[in-house]
Ligand binder design. Structure first.
Ligand code: NDP
Length: 322
């Protein structure tokens, strides 16, 4: 089978496509023929060493495909089932072995490539708007990288919950797309003083929640854009991780809350995983959620997909096709 692997950390060029033995399903596992694998920022952190993994390693967490073999004790899946997942290391491959309970069934109305594209970023937007905090009509939120993979789903889910959305992005072309998704205001965060712009848009109050996926570059702006007792959801590091900081800052800026959540704590049980994925599939199937695939790449082109994602110029999901 084909698999993208790496044996040292570094830039995109450490990724190589290799021929390896196809996996046999262990107890409780299924083997899936992968139709599409999703590319996510976390894959670049594994590759670069920001999030350490044992080497040599496969790469990629997300995908969708068809079950072709089952291990002992699997009762909830059958050969031929269409499934998707978001936490199987080594998903940039033609075949993946994965615990059956970490897969979710994909309804026929949702193409497998779409399922692969929605799982990780979609479930992230789902927990951020529904579980990290439960957004409602009284909330005004600031969303960074709003035209990005997570960002554009987050904007749509926040609007569905009735929140007012101030969307940060870097170019007019991206802003146009974000407006079409329902964002109320655009903040060109590379060009303006973000906290001042936010105060102007909120009658001097600041926002209730900031969703910050940019990290090091924007952390201070995010704190300065919140109302007293507001919540900073620091969920990514596209520009690098936030350095250590003095907790007293939160007191001085008005008893702020801060959380650094990860999807894996919000999909830890099969019930929660299935709830979030099913909710997203329903929204897609009924036309209530728009998903944009920015680019589809061959498996052998994974390095180029990483370069593109890290360049900050993409707008939407990147997908690999084995
Ligand atoms: P995006 O599609 O959002 O791409 C990143 C975007 O961030 C860029 O398009 C760019 O948008 C902006 N950006 C700002 N500074 C930089 C920089 N220095 N380098 C690159 N991009 C930059 O990616 P994803 O949706 O895949 O992920 C976004 C973030 O969310 C990542 O940090 C990821 O790790 C995190 N994440 C966290 C999860 C969690 O559970 N905690 C789960 C999933 C993702 P613009 O042009 O608008 O500035």
């Amino acid at each position: 089978m084909d698999a993208t692997r790496f044996d040292r950390t570094g830039g995109p060029d450490v990724l190589r496509m290799e021929q390896v033995a196809a996996p046999d399903p262990g107890p409780g596992e299924v083997v899936v023929e992968v139709a599409a694998a999703g590319v996510n920022f976390i894959d670049t952190y594994h590759r670069s060493g920001l999030y350490p993994v044992d080497l040599p390693s496969g790469i990629g967490l997300e995908g969708a495909g068809t079950v072709i073999a089952m291990g002992d004790g699997v009762e909830t899946r059958q050969v031929g089932d269409r499934v998707a997942w978001a936490d199987a290391m080594g998903s940039y491959a033609s075949h993946v072995a994965i615990r059956a309970e970490r897969t979710v069934p994909v309804p026929n109305a949702v193409p497998l490539e779409t399922a692969a594209a929605i799982m990780l970023q979609g479930m992230t937007a789902h927990y951020l708007t529904q579980s990290t905090t439960s957004l409602g009509e009284d909330d005004t939120v600031l969303v960074y990288a709003a035209a990005g993979g997570v960002g554009r789903i987050l904007v749509q889910l926040a609007k569905r919950r009735g929140a007012r959305v101030l969307a940060c992005t870097s170019t007019e072309a991206k802003a146009e797309e974000v407006r079409a998704l329902g964002a109320d205001e655009i903040v060109f965060y590379r060009d303006v003083d973000v906290p001042s712009a936010v105060r102007e848009m909120t009658d001097g109050q600041g926002v209730d929640v900031v969703y910050d996926s940019v990290g090091a570059d924007t952390f201070q702006w995010s704190l300065d854009s919140l109302r007293p007792r507001g919540l900073l959801v620091m969920y990514g590091n596209a520009s690098g991780p936030v350095p250590p900081f003095d907790l007293g800052l939160l007191a001085r800026k008005g008893s702020l809350y801060i959380t650094r959540p990860t999807l894996f704590s919000y999909t830890a049980t099969t019930d929660e995983l299935t709830w979030r994925a099913t909710a997203l599939f329903d929204l897609l199937a009924t036309g209530h959620l728009q998903l944009k695939v920015h680019g589809t790449y061959a498996l052998s082109d994974a390095a180029r997909a990483h370069e593109d994602l890290e360049s900050g110029t993409t707008a939407g999901k990147l997908v690999l096709r084995p």
